[in-house]
Design a protein around this ligand. Structure first.
Ligand code: NAP
Length: 285
């Protein structure tokens, strides 16, 4: 049986992320020249979860390449909530630190929300505090969750205006689905959230002019459910470099689609770096 060829244009997240990092590095260099202070991101890692160790290492390496200083704190897995809150409160009050990233999940036994709330809103460059959620929800200036922030930048880069569009977000995690929907709503999309309790998910997906897949299940969204001409954003990243959308079938119906890898993924760290320089610019002004 012959397969319908792909018609969708690819949304090049790798290229866009590279441009954002270059622009961020130029802003970091300019700020350092003008103020004599290099932007600084503090990274806090609790325990030794291998994936978390790798992510933090990657983030620090990217900081260095972009001219952002990183201060790294490693805490043992036995750290208590009170101890972690004290460390984050110290960093929040330290004028030499402009952004704070608490690598999460922080592991069992720690009240993650209490830890996040110890991050000063003006240093919340990962967009995890209630304060950042509120500004995202109201569409006010502030720091956004990095992956959804990357998704919005991708939409903008490809001239996709969410206003008046039906946006369907599959997934409602605090770091991805929920803030992605908030940001689309703030840009005047009509937003539907789907999650594990959603009845007839296919019917909801078929309505989407903009689909954001943030489920964590390989090829979960099938091409036959994609509305012809839809914009498909696949934030999923599953073992084997597989997204949450069945790319081959979805690409025959979508107008624009993000590849996995090379779509949403590279945007996340790029937004983190950009927001760190934003924070430093505001604090050093
Ligand atoms: P998560 O916390 O596990 O959330 C998954 C969401 O999907 C939940 O809201 C869950 O619903 C929903 N869900 C699960 N099974 C479902 C089903 N059968 N039908 C409908 N909804 C279902 O995952 P996450 O952290 O948001 O990550 C999602 C994906 O994005 C993963 O592949 C992850 O690797 C990727 N990701 C990528 C980046 C990046 O930088 N590119 C960053 C973060 C995450 P309930 O709320 O009802 O449980």
């Amino acid at each position: 049986m012959s397969r319908t060829p792909a018609t969708a244009r690819l949304m090049d997240g790798s290229g866009l992320a590279r441009r954002l990092v270059d622009e961020t590095a130029a802003r970091a260099a300019d700020l350092t020249r003008r103020t004599g202070t290099q932007p600084c991101l503090a990274t806090v890692l609790v325990g030794e979860d291998p994936a978390s160790v790798t992510y933090v290492k990657m983030k620090r390496a990217r900081c260095e390449k972009a001219g952002i200083r990183s201060r790294h704190l490693e805490l043992p897995a036995t750290t208590t909530t009170a101890e972690l809150v004290a460390v984050l409160a110290d960093l929040s009050g330290d004028p030499d630190v402009h952004g704070i990233l608490l690598q999460h999940p922080v592991g069992p036994g720690i009240d993650e929300r209490a830890a996040f709330e110890a991050i000063a809103p003006e240093k919340d460059v990962d967009g995890v505090t209630f304060s950042s959620f509120a500004t995202m929800g109201f569409g006010l200036p502030g720091f956004v969750s990095c992956t959804p922030g990357g998704i919005m930048r991708l939409l903008d880069a490809y001239d996709v205006d969410p206003a008046g569009k039906r946006a369907v977000v599959v997934g409602r995690s605090a770091i991805l689905g929920k803030p992605a929907g908030l940001m689309l709503l703030a840009r005047n999309a009509t937003v539907t959230y789907c999650h594990s309790y959603t009845a007839d998910l296919s019917a909801a997906v078929r309505e989407a002019d903009i689909l954001v897949a943030a489920v964590g299940r390989p090829r979960f969204i099938k091409g036959e459910d994609i509305k012809p001409g839809a914009v498909v954003i696949d934030a999923g990243y599953n073992p084997g470099n597989v997204g949450d959308v069945d790319f081959d079938t979805a690409a025959t119906r979508a107008s624009l689609i993000t590849p996995v890898p090379g779509g949403v993924g590279p945007m996340t760290i790029a937004v983190l770096l950009s927001q760190t320089v934003d924070a430093a610019e505001r604090q050093l002004a």
